[in-house]
Design a protein. Structure first.
Length: 262
């Protein structure tokens, strides 16, 4: 599975049975591109093949108009996964990507597909009827202030007018998408969920992240790491171990107790 929407970064070259032969489909954060998951792909190799979503409007798709609607993105990604998936797979999403992973899984189940065997949701509060105030960015200045605060983009990019103009269309669209996202209540999923969050994340609390447990009838785990919104940059080995271990576990196994990683 390697297409316009999905980029393959690592192919198992060793004992892929360690993760049950499961591929990991990854969903980038707001303003992010597929390449954001190259470090995780390296950390998971050779046990897990990683495919990362490439949204329109960035990198090799920079000449396409970015989509500013979570539903449209999830529809497209669900169709892509349906077309190209062979064998079991799981989803990993960070920040906006966590919402997309969840909504894509909902669409697959609604279409009668088997769907992912596991969801890993990072740096995002569980959906709620009231939108998060951190998602409401009205101007470019608001967007840039949010990006600087979260640390997801190198400051030099935002300080350089030419580079800033290259990244702003995708950032604008992504923040419009999360700002307009309205969760629609429905039946919970029946897939295990692994939740990751930083203990110093300025936009999601541990309690808000833990509320993902209410969105599945299967086991849910919660791991809290030291760090902010992009805590995962410092904890890739631990995250890779958690992902590989979860994928190697029998389906429907008991939930682990919430933990704190330093």
């Amino acid at each position: 599975m390697d297409s316009e929407w999905l980029r393959r970064f690592a192919v198992p070259g060793g004992d892929s049975a360690a993760a049950g032969g499961t591929a990991l489909v990854c969903f980038p954060h707001a303003g992010g591109a597929a390449s954001a998951y190259v470090p995780l792909a390296r950390a998971l190799a050779p046990d897990v093949a990683v495919l990362a979503a490439q949204y329109p409007g960035r990198q090799d798709r920079r000449h396409e108009a970015p989509l500013d609607d979570i539903g449209e993105l999830a529809d497209a990604l669900a169709a892509e996964v349906r077309r190209g998936t062979e064998g079991p797979y799981a989803f990993f999403g960070h920040s906006m990507g966590a919402v997309l992973a969840y909504e894509t899984a909902r669409r697959l189940r609604a279409a009668g597909q088997a769907g992912p065997r596991h969801l890993f949701l990072s740096g995002r509060r569980a959906p709620a009827l009231d939108p998060s105030p951190h998602d409401r960015m009205l101007t470019d200045a608001d967007v840039m202030a949010a990006v600087r605060r979260l640390g997801g983009t190198t400051p030099a990019v935002l300080d350089d007018p030419e580079l800033r103009e290259m990244v702003m269309p995708a950032l604008r669209a992504d923040y419009r998408a999360v700002g307009r996202y309205a969760w629609r209540p429905g039946a919970p999923l029946d897939v295990p969920i692994g939740v990751f969050v930083g203990d110093g994340d300025p936009v999601v609390t541990v309690e808000q992240a833990g509320a993902w447990r209410d969105f599945t009838t299967a086991a849910t785990t919660l791991e809290v790491f030291q760090g902010g919104h992009f805590y995962l940059d410092r904890h890739l080995p631990a995250i890779a171990r958690s992902v590989t271990g979860a994928l190697a576990a029998p389906a429907g196994g008991p939930a682990a107790r919430p933990g704190v990683r330093s």
